[in-house]
Ligand binder design. Structure first.
Ligand SMILES: CC(C)(COP(=O)(O)OP(=O)(O)OC[C@H]1O[C@@H](n2cnc3c(N)ncnc32)[C@H](O)[C@@H]1OP(=O)(O)O)[C@@H](O)C(=O)NCCC(=O)NCCS
Length: 392
């Protein structure tokens, strides 16, 4: 027996986690660590959050330009018109355990939808946009329906006059969001809509690179997003803050986590760890969260303050090695302030990020190349086959 026989593999550098490697060119999202800014199609994310509707941002990401008034009206009309879901999907939701993970529910419903439609990749851009707009419109409805069904509440029908974020909140909570709540939902939707080649987006283009279909790419991306190192972190953040329970406990909590060499959720980021500016999405979300927490007071303000104390404590202890708050810290807090149960947080990330997944897959297909990296073999070769009866 010998190890690592292959001379051509010896000494080859392994890029664990593909860290620092460029695998693609894109015009969708640019993270500028020098200026601490994120750009969607060249537009400053901070400005988009301030001035644009979710529909404008989704159109921008999907079609590569800001819509004019007519295009926006037509896009918004399409999103509104597709909010109704088949009664068989509602039956499916009723069959699921009430405590099923909502992100799994989304994955199942897309699978069900695509299986029923026998969706395959025809290469038609029109078919793909059709599916994308259908899913972007329907996923929030599925989520809101599942929430209400699982709680034994009557489902709430969509309202024509509400835009995408307001309609989602309305269908889930059964009441219209007030202006601060609306700002919170819209901000989360816009901020989560894309973030360059996140793991789920890479997963989506990896699947798409086989010329599998858009639905399959989205299902795979959802599976990636669920993980706590990615989109599952916003759920863990809220559970962690509730477990900490009080601002006074933060210091001890952080110290013990560091001593045990455990990861603190909502902190650290592959893309920002070597940037002194940190994740540009954090201050945006934090200000909206502060506004909503101060308005609501009580347990909501308490959660915000624990998060703020965590931010200070972790940054002062681990900031020197690049561990600072990431998007999921205050997104998780904001979702708590909106009375969203933590299990729903990754699913809410998904109903927004689907826009980015679609944009990246469609862009990748313009110059498709099968994604197929290498792995360096370090195991034995030349082992002698031993019949089962002779094995120890
Ligand atoms: C997101 C994440 C996976 C990125 O990891 P990464 O780029 O591979 O970071 P590294 O593993 O290189 O970490 C660098 C150092 O920071 C530490 N670190 C990174 N994130 C940390 C965290 N959340 N808490 C504590 N320490 C952390 C690592 O332990 C490592 O320390 P060491 O050099 O002493 O070993 C990681 O930061 C993490 O697990 N964060 C928590 C989950 C989370 O919030 N995910 C959402 C991301 S938007």
């Amino acid at each position: 027996m010998s190890l690592c026989q292959h001379a051509d593999e010896q000494g080859k550098k392994v890029f664990w986690g593909l860290e620092g490697l460029y695998v693609n060119e894109t015009e969708i999202c640019y993270i500028d660590n020098d200026s601490g800014k994120i750009y969607y199609r060249g537009y400053d994310l901070e400005e988009l959050v301030k001035y644009a509707s979710f529909e404008e941002v989704a159109y921008l990401l999907l079609y590569g330009k800001l819509p004019n008034a007519r295009e926006l009206e037509e896009f918004s009309r399409q999103l509104r018109a597709r909010r109704f879901i088949d009664s068989s999907v509602i039956d499916l939701l009723k069959m699921l355990p009430a405590d099923a993970y909502p992100i799994d529910v989304l994955r199942l419903s897309i699978d069900y939808y695509c299986t029923r439609k026998k969706f395959i990749n025809t290469g038609s851009l029109k078919d793909n946009y059709e599916l994308a707009i259908d899913l972007i419109s329907k996923l929030p409805v599925v989520l809101a329906y599942f929430y209400r069904i699982s709680k034994g509440l009557d489902v709430v029908l969509p309202r024509e006059e509400f835009d995408h974020p307001a309609n989602f909140y309305y269908m889930m909570m059964g009441r219209e969001p007030d202006p601060v709540e609306y700002e919170a939902v819209k901000t989360i939707f816009i901020i989560y809509a894309d973030h360059s080649l996140a793991n789920s987006t890479f997963t989506a283009i990896t699947v798409a690179s086989t010329l599998s279909d858009l639905g399959s790419a989205i299902i795979a991306a959802l599976s990636s997003l669920k993980g706590p190192l990615h989109g599952g972190a916003n759920r863990e953040v809220v559970n962690m803050i509730l477990e900490i329970g009080d601002e006074e406990n933060v210091e001890k909590f952080v110290k013990e986590k560091i001593e045990r060499k455990e990861r603190i959720m909502g902190f650290g980021h592959r893309v920002y760890k070597s940037s002194s500016r940190g994740d540009p999405r954090v201050p945006i979300l934090k200000e909206v969260a502060r506004k909503l927490a101060e308005k609501k007071g009580g347990k909501y303000l308490k959660v915000f303050k624990i998060a703020e104390r965590l931010e200070n404590e972790v940054t002062s202890r681990l900031g020197s090695k690049g561990v600072r708050p990431n998007v999921d810290l205050y997104a998780g807090v904001l979702l708590y302030l909106l009375d969203i149960p933590p299990d729903y947080n990754p699913a809410i990330f998904a109903i927004s990020r689907i826009v980015g997944w679609v944009a990246h897959v469609l862009e990748y297909w313009k110059h498709n190349r099968l994604i197929r990296p290498l792995e360096r073999y370090v195991g034995p070769i030349g082992l002698k086959y031993v019949p089962l009866s002779e094995r120890e």
